[in-house]
Design a protein around this ligand. Structure first.
Ligand code: ASP
Length: 319
């Protein structure tokens, strides 16, 4: 039997899924492919690469092994991952938690893969099946990395332990701490180890809260951070090294004021590895005095997802 690929409704609405399946559904061995877009399924357009319908499905017909039962649900429209956000994450979470088959592959652009990876790894902690993110630096049918990455994802979804992973450039990486470290090379990702996530699954979704990642830079006016924080319910603050900021009393005051009005501020390091060490430098004391939270070794994306989920839990339980 050749691969059965069925296509159905689409994740539109933010887009409701259009699933196309080559099986009847309800098969415990069935693999669900949620196709959000990204370079993997793009073609050249007048302004550069743009998503194209049907490309992924054609590739799956060629690549999927014998007997594979695959249900493809594509976003309508397919998107560059620059468009991805909490509404898309919720759609993906809802679809995955309702899925009875063997595992899920999510095809996704690489630019915000690390955000979706962190968001899904945390929201789906304890999930009972493998969820494999997949993308490519070059589109399908161009002799690049797309076919290999897709084939790797199809193998991984049948073999990986439950949890959220990225299949990319011959590796299966934990999605919780992804970093896109290269905008051109095929080997574009690494994964920074993150604290263990809960084993017990509980449904978590993303509420409409106002969050951003802010980066300190030498000489930055405190008023710029104040202006940004005034528009936010919380922020990830990328501080220097092991946890330092400039000795500007106005900056300390801005942070303390924001925290005192209930704005969550979670500090992470601008360094990729090593994390924060409160107490190591006097130049960091103002941060902790202001009530800024220690994000430890979290990537900025992981810290953002954590803040988002914690504020969402609070928002949903408040009704
Ligand atoms: N701009 C593309 C995206 O993130 C890049 C990629 O997929 O590699 O959708």
């Amino acid at each position: 039997m050749i691969a059965q690929i069925e296509t159905g409704k689409t994740l539109t609405d933010v887009t409701e899924p259009v699933a196309r399946s080559l099986t009847g559904g309800g098969d415990m061995r069935e693999i669900l492919i949620l196709h959000s877009g990204g370079t993997i399924g793009m073609v050249a357009g007048p302004d550069g690469l743009t998503p194209s319908d049907g490309l992924l499905e054609q590739a799956l017909m060629r690549i999927a092994g014998e007997g594979a039962a695959i249900l493809v649900e594509a976003f309508d429209p397919l998107v560059d991952s620059a468009e991805m956000g909490p509404a898309h994450w919720n759609r993906i979470i809802d679809r995955i938690t309702g899925f009875q088959g063997a595992g899920v592959v999510i095809t996704h652009g690489t630019d915000t893969m690390s955000f979706t990876g962190a968001a899904l790894a945390q929201a789906l902690a304890g999930i009972h099946l493998p969820v494999i993110l997949c993308g490519a630096m070059q589109p399908l049918n161009t002799g690049g990395d797309a076919e290999d990455n897709l084939a790797l994802a199809l193998r991984a979804v049948q073999q990986a332990t439950p949890g959220v992973w990225l299949a990319f450039a011959g590796q299966l990486l934990p999605a919780a701490g992804l970093v896109k470290h290269d905008s051109q090379a095929m080997d574009a990702f690494r994964s920074i180890p993150q604290a263990a996530l809960p084993d017990q699954f509980r449904l978590r979704r993303f509420a409409q809260v106002r969050l951003a990642i802010l980066t300190l830079s030498p000489g930055m006016p405190a008023a710029a951070i104040a202006a940004a924080l005034a528009e936010l319910d919380g922020a990830v603050l990328r501080v220097f090294g092991a946890g330092t900021i400039m000795s500007d009393p106005a900056m300390a005051e801005v942070l303390a004021h924001a925290v005192s009005r209930g704005c969550r501020i979670r500090a992470v390091s601008q360094c990729e590895r090593g994390g924060l060490m409160p107490g190591a430098y006097a130049a960091g004391a103002a941060l902790w005095r202001a009530g800024v939270e220690n994000g430890g070794t979290e990537t900025p994306e992981a810290a953002l997802a954590r803040l988002w989920l914690e504020l969402s839990d609070a928002a949903f339980s408040a009704g």
